[in-house]
Ligand binder design. Structure first.
Ligand code: ADP
Ligand code: MG
Length: 598
């Protein structure tokens, strides 16, 4: 196994690498560093984001620079201000034991005179965005006519962002004999054009297969109705209590809307898009880095600068217009050898795009089920139990303990546990206990649609459609549910009809004349301690258009505390948990139900 010592790096760099805690070079570093340290050559390196490209060019560049000479010797072009700053910081860390070596960042949105004076003081390495760089050249504030090395980092992104002409102009100010090192995640036609036009017989290295995603990323897709996208997004987040994610939307408007909805629903979310000022974007990014934001909702353009490690999930709220963009999105997770998941919410009509992407990334997607409400409750319940178990005890509470003991006097340990868990868990239970299956991928999809349109017409002057919170999971099929309702209410043989049993809830119809007796019978009606709830279904199931903020939506789970639902008695009133009817944590059943987001 190769180490940094065998790559030909000098002692000051090795020392800095140790400080950084890098133990072993990444693949692109292993391949690129010896080439770049060896004979002078141009290079094209293709590697995914998060594979360590900065060091792959940074180490050799630093070693080749002569710090005793003050003029600019190396120029790194990078697509965004954020990346530019990040590369600058990294290079400074790498070069910390090399006295006299100065690195300066040049980017838009900050004082050009300040940047110019930094350059004037001497910067052997300049890291720049193309726009500002061109500006400075035009104003004579920088001299790059003597550089030895030019690095085009994230070349594909720079071209995507329309910097082709700027790059061309900048390069025309550099000496012919310089060496050009091009780094890119993908190799679209435009990048090969650059390589041909501006480079001299470059050595080409590829990490992984061309255009493919990093192998530590798992790709999943979830099929939902187009109106259910947002609900599906929430479920994906709720099924991963520790999520730290970027959610990609296609437009600024969608981005803003989704972020606002998430915030309103209690999630730690924020939007990142081009309509925000630079200052606002910086604030958002800094909160995201500190993990104060768990869901960053971004457009592709705005997300270009995101180089945050530890992102657990990338969620494609919508697929990008350009399939190539998918690689960039998914590359935001699975960085530095960590595992990551890239999730895509698609409608049935978009399914063929999935196979298209599979071809490009040369990796397979897994079809996953959007978790049901009860699965989420289960996951959240266990997450909460674990959180309680792992919480360090705060001894400041010790002095209150006698009083607290008084308050809780008479509760058994078991009751106490149930109550503590219910306090937090109630939010999820209240929200999810009656929700429907969002998956549009089942063979029953056509049935679903039929049911939807039927749903509209099913409640009319003569007939009423109801929602009931039991389903096949409770052991009902249409026949037994029909009998159960009929017998419970005391109705005649054909009084209950159009029974449609779903996983955890069902629908049925009765004549309007039976409406009052049905609703009355099921008012605060319990079986085995579990409330069986019947409501008039005002719309077809699955159609939330124009839906008033009704019971089913009355509380939303999220990451913030302070939702008062439990205090209102919502959870306790439902009583389902206590009797374990629905929450039978049968291990066999659980593993089956939970597969896919364990
Ligand atoms: P890329 O430019 O390919 O997207 P970066 O250069 O930004 O990737 O590196 C991604 C992360 O991996 C950074 O946090 C970086 O510090 C870290 N990293 C780079 N090389 C190594 C290594 N050899 N060992 C451990 N971590 C590394
Ligand atoms: Mg990079």
């Amino acid at each position: 196994m190769s180490t940094f010592d065998t790559l030909g790096l000098d002692a000051p760099l090795i020392q800095a690498i140790q400080d950084l805690g890098f133990t072993k070079p990444s693949e692109v570093q292993q391949k690129a560093i010896p080439i770049l340290l060896g004979e002078e050559t141009d290079l094209v390196a293709l590697a995914q984001t998060g594979t360590g490209k900065t060091a792959a060019f940074g180490f050799p560049l630093i070693q080749k620079i002569d710090p005793s000479r003050k003029h600019t010797q190396g120029l790194i072009l990078s697509p965004t201000r954020e990346l530019c700053l990040q590369i600058t910081n990294e290079i400074k860390l790498y070069a910390k034991y090399i006295p006299g070596l100065h690195t300066v960042a040049i980017y838009g949105g900050a004082s050009i005179t300040e940047q110019a004076s930094q350059i004037k003081r001497g910067a052997q390495i300049v890291v720049a965005t193309p726009g500002r760089m061109k500006d400075m050249i035009n104003r004579g504030l920088i001299n790059i006519t003597q550089i030895d090395y030019c690095i085009l980092d994230e070349a594909d992104e720079m071209l995507n962002m329309g910097f082709y002409e700027d790059i061309q102009d900048i390069l025309s100010n550099t000496p012919k004999e310089k060496r050009t090192w091009l780094f890119s995640a993908t190799m679209p036609k435009e990048v090969s054009v650059i390589a041909k036009k501006f480079m001299n017989q470059p050595v080409e290295i590829t990490v992984g297969s061309k255009n493919s995603g990093a192998s530590t990323i798992v790709h999943e897709y979830y099929v939902a109705g187009s109106r259910d996208r947002y609900q599906a997004l929430k479920r994906l987040a709720d099924a991963h209590p520790e999520i730290f994610s970027v959610v990609f939307c296609r437009t600024k408007r969608d981005c803003q809307k989704v972020a606002e909805n998430l915030i309103e629903d209690g999630y730690n979310a924020a939007a990142l898009h081009g309509d925000l000022s630079q200052n606002q974007r910086d604030l958002v990014m800094s909160s995201f880095r500190k993990k104060q934001i768990q869901m960053l909702v971004a457009t592709d353009v705005a997300a270009r600068g995101i180089d945050v490690d530890d992102i657990t999930h990338v969620i494609n709220y919508q697929l990008p217009d350009e399939i190539e963009t998918y690689t960039h999105r998914s590359g935001r997770t699975g960085r530095a050898g960590k595992e990551g998941v890239s999730m895509v919410i698609v409608t049935r009509s978009e399914l063929r795009k999935i196979s298209h992407i599979e071809k490009i990334i040369q990796q397979k997607f897994t079809l996953k089920n959007i978790p049901t409400g009860m699965e989420i409750c289960e996951i959240q319940l266990f997450a909460l139990a674990n959180k309680i178990k792992n919480t360090e005890i705060n001894h400041d509470v010790d002095e209150y303990l006698p009083k607290i003991n008084e308050v809780l006097d008479g509760l058994t340990k078991e009751e106490l546990i149930k109550k503590i868990v219910s306090v937090e868990f109630g939010r999820f239970y209240n929200y999810y206990n009656k929700t429907r299956d969002l998956n549009a991928s089942e063979p029953s999809d056509r049935g679903d649609r039929a049911e939807r349109s039927e749903g509209y017409s099913s409640s009319n002057a003569d007939s009423v459609r109801y929602f009931i919170n039991v389903g096949s999971r409770d052991g009902f099929n249409w026949g037994t549910l029909k009998d159960f309702i009929r017998d419970t209410v005391g109705l005649g043989k054909d009084d209950v009809y159009k029974v449609d049993v779903k996983d955890s809830f069902s629908f049925f119809n009765s004549d309007t004349t039976a409406k009052d007796i049905i609703l009355e019978t099921f008012h605060e009606f319990k079986v085995d301690g579990r409330f069986i709830n019947v409501e008039v279904s005002t719309e077809g199931p699955g159609n939330f258009k124009g839906k008033p903020k009704g019971k089913r939506d009355f509380d939303r789970p999220g990451f913030k505390k302070s939702k008062p639902s439990f205090d209102k008695g919502g959870y306790q009133g439902k009583g389902g948990f206590d009797k374990k009817k629905k929450f039978e944590f049968d291990p066999a059943k659980k593993s089956k139900r939970r597969q896919g987001f364990g």
